[in-house]
Design a protein around this ligand. Structure first.
Ligand code: 0L1
Ligand code: MG
Length: 269
């Protein structure tokens, strides 16, 4: 399937050069043109080659990986972004922000927020045939989360290889509410309302994520298996935005209210 076609065309020098561009854009919070403007033959596999080099560099700097995120796993997100293949990205511990804190927008290009169900694993998970039941059996608990995405591409305009190279727009994440075992709630019919400054901006049900959020995690595990990665016990995994993403500005207050899981709130400064 296209979601797991990992053929590559870029040579090592081009992977380094493109990783330099992404790293500079992320560290400097500056917008750049999509990578395919200069490398039109880039494939999904090339995008992941850049993402994995970015991960390698940052771990070498001492930054700690906490887990992974699935992106573009809902129809609302795919329609919003004009891309029809889900992606994965890595999450570092230093991208986390406490519930109720103020997230600095000066470190970001043009942040948007999404509401997602996050999974924490009690056992390792991997393999090219990972399915919903495997994810649920490996899950310790789920928690409600807000993801702050921030494409480094000008105007949030990109294609699949570019957005994958840009770590699937990962920027920040906030967890809150309460943790529940996955069998303690109906994980596929959870209602969620995303509010900005007290106004409901988007709403949906968790089935919007591929029918069940655990299917978003299973897809992520299968993509990572193609790349030679598995998830260790303790991994934190974001299963994908339930609604479209909402743009935020300094001064905005965002609250994601989840049925059964409680709410998560954060402010932007
Ligand atoms: O978490 C996400 O769904 C983001 C994936 C990348 C596409 C985007 O920036 O919206
Ligand atoms: Mg997301």
């Amino acid at each position: 399937t296209p979601a797991t076609d990992m053929r590559t065309t870029l040579g090592p020098a081009d992977v380094q050069a493109l990783t330099d561009r992404i790293e500079a854009a992320q560290k400097g919070a500056t917008a750049i043109p999509k990578l395919t403007d200069d490398f039109p033959a880039m494939t999904l596999g090339d995008g992941y080659a850049v993402q994995m080099e970015l991960l390698r560099r940052w771990r070498a700097e001492g930054r700690r990986q906490i887990g992974w995120k699935a992106g573009l796993t809902s129809q609302a997100k795919m329609v919003q972004m004009g891309v029809n293949v889900p992606t994965v990205g890595f999450l570092l511990a230093d991208m986390a922000r406490p519930e109720g804190s103020v997230i600095a927008t000066q470190d970001l290009v043009h942040p948007r927020v999404e509401c997602e169900v996050a999974f924490v694993l009690k056992t390792a998970l991997g393999g090219r045939d990972c399915a919903r039941a495997d994810v649920l059996a490996a899950t310790d608990f789920v928690v409600p989360a807000i993801e702050v995405i921030d494409s480094r591409f000008a105007g949030f305009k990109f294609d699949l290889p570019s957005v994958v190279a840009d770590n699937s727009s990962s920027a920040r994440y906030v967890t809150g509410g309460r943790a529940l075992a996955p069998d303690a709630l109906a994980l596929d019919t959870l209602g969620v309302v995303l509010e900005k400054n007290g106004e409901p901006m988007a709403m949906g049900a968790s089935a919007a994520v591929m029918g069940h959020p655990a299917d978003g995690v299973a897809l992520l595990v299968r993509v990572l298996a193609e790349l030679g990665h598995a998830l260790p016990a303790g991994s934190f995994v974001m299963s994908g935005g339930i609604t479209e993403a909402i743009a935020v500005q300094p001064g905005d207050f965002v609250c994601a209210r989840f049925q059964d899981l409680g709410s998560v709130a954060v402010r932007f400064g």
